[in-house]
Ligand binder design. Sequence first.
Ligand SMILES: [Mn+2]
Length: 297
Amino acid sequence: MKLDIINMATFYGCDRKGVEFGPKVLLENNLESILENCNHKINKIIDIPVNYNHTDKFKENKQIKYFDEILTSVKLLSDEVYKSYSENNFPLILGGDHSLSIGSLSGFSNFFEDTGVIWVDAHGDLNTPSTSPSQNAHGMPLACSLGEGHPKLTSLFKRKINPKNVFLFGIRSLDKGEKDFIIKNEMHIYDTNSFNLLNHDLMISTLKKYVEKNKIKNFHLSFDIDAFDETHVPGTGTPVKNGLYIDEMKSFFDKLLSSINIVSMDFVEFNPLLDKDNQTLNLCLDMLEFLFKRINK
Ligand SMILES: [Mn+2]
């Protein structure tokens, strides 16, 4: 398939510098040829403009840091993602922090009907400005896509994503408001324990039945590398213990990707400045290669 690599070099959603270098470092370390060797063609590589000249993070909004900068960039990203689908390409969005998913999910849900989301993460990213303990937007993107959050962000979505069509994997750090939201909306959630205890074939066949019954034709995969166990990813800003290990992640995705139709993907929260001996870099490249060998549009 034809890939559009869309870089969003932002740290505004996590308020910790370094993560904006993720796309550059991945591309400098042969990501392009790795993807081409998976039998894909790179159609284009583009950068979403980010305004780095910010001084007061709470200037526009007391509850979301760097609000204007994030809003401007995610709008542009949403349009680029939409354009990529309309040209029948596969957008791969490289972060940067997870706030960028407000833009990618907006482009996704504006273009497609019958949508579902695979959310791989240690966190739920289901906070709203009033429930967020950190006021960092990278804890809010999934909530925005489901219609919860600042109106200027939720209005980027012409139609809300159905929370029941969201499948979360690797989740183990949830704030109170997020827990309440998941229970109220009957979301499909698998933490590390259920991921390790349940039979993966059974998990996927249950998922597949739901997908067929509810006619979900298109999935967006949002991959936050902090889903991995903290020992795997020194190069991420919010590592959490008791996470997923590389082998179980791969064996699961091997089965999942042959069962559902993925049309786009985010790959986020790689912070090269925090990495140790390129451990996280190598894991990211390995995982992207593994996934793109199995994703076919
Ligand atoms: Mn996340």
